[in-house]
Design a protein around this ligand. Structure first.
Ligand code: SF4
Length: 292
């Protein structure tokens, strides 16, 4: 974990780095683009969970899939999922396929969200209930996913749409690694509002968030000394978040979007390139950069 002394040196560097990034432009290269099409908190939380769940693989492949589903849900997606029936889901999802996921998987998600809205009033309420019940962020993720999946009428779905194939990949609990897409969803809902995140879940604090760790955050986290680990896991999520809490305990994941998109854009390549590192604004605090 980052030492207090290194945190003091890294904070102004990361603040300037984040201020210098054009986050509004990068939103268009991110699945967070989709919930930004809506303003009602219930629509935002529903569209955001659908977008985060499908945000795996190549962005140019999954974004058209999300866009197609949103076309089918119309201008009031929360109302659409809350009133969705199994036959309607069958019609809506006919022909859908994206990598590990088939129509029955998406029906579990859509009908599960709809039933959760009916039972709990909001997805936020379902997550807060899970947090109060389990007492841990990781447990709350598992409880929240269990609630959404458990309320879906899976037997009826399988009867009408065929077998599920990748529900666990679509909606993984925190038992399967770093829970990256769920922590991303939670960042969207709880931080902000700003140009990226929404801040529509008012019963939770940004201080509670855990960083969504993907390959880019794992790599940059290691270069910047935020973690001593090289393998993505919940332990790495915990360690990087603990390091970031030394930078800002009230909003530890505020650097996530800037760092992740820096890696995604190729500005910090998987294999460091000397000329690239020499031009990097983070080089004075990077394990690689200080050796140049
Ligand atoms: S100095 Fe190089 S390795 Fe370090 S963060 Fe910058 S681009 Fe990445």
């Amino acid at each position: 974990m980052l030492s207090p002394e290194r945190a003091e040196r890294l904070r102004p560097l990361l603040d300037a780095f984040r201020d210098g990034r054009d986050e509004a432009a990068r939103v268009l290269a991110d699945p967070v683009e989709f919930p930004h099409r809506f303003s009602d908190p219930r629509d935002v939380e529903v569209v955001a969970l659908l977008s985060a769940a499908l945000a795996y693989g190549r962005v140019d492949l999954f974004k058209p899939k999300i866009a197609g589903l949103l076309d089918g849900l119309g201008s009031r997606p929360a109302h659409a999922v809350a009133s969705l029936t199994v036959p309607h889901a069958r019609a809506l999802l006919h022909g859908f396929v994206y990598r590990f996921n088939v129509p029955a998987d998406l029906a579990v998600l859509l009908l599960g969200m709809g039933r959760t809205l009916q039972e709990d009033g909001s997805l936020e309420a379902a997550f807060v209930n899970a947090l109060e019940h389990t007492g841990s962020w990781r447990g709350a993720i598992a409880g929240f996913i269990g609630r959404v999946r458990g309320l879906a009428p899976e037997k009826d779905i399988v009867r009408a749409l065929g077998k599920t194939r990748g529900v666990h990949h679509l909606l993984p609990g925190a038992d399967s690694g770093a829970a990256k897409r769920l922590n991303l969803y939670l960042r969207w809902m709880v931080r902000g509002p700003d140009v990226v995140d929404f801040g529509v879940w008012k019963r939770l604090s940004p201080a509670q968030l855990m960083i969504p760790v993907d390959t880019h955050i794992a790599r940059m986290g290691w270069w910047l000394g935020l973690t001593s680990r090289r393998t993505i896991s919940w332990a790495m999520v915990q360690e990087i978040t603990d390091s970031l809490r030394r930078l800002d305990p009230r909003d530890p994941v505020k650097y996530d979007f800037a760092l992740c998109h820096y890696g995604m854009s190729g500005a910090c390549p998987i294999e460091p390139v000397r000329a690239v590192c020499l031009a990097c604004p983070l080089k004075s605090s990077c394990r690689r950069g200080v050796k140049l």
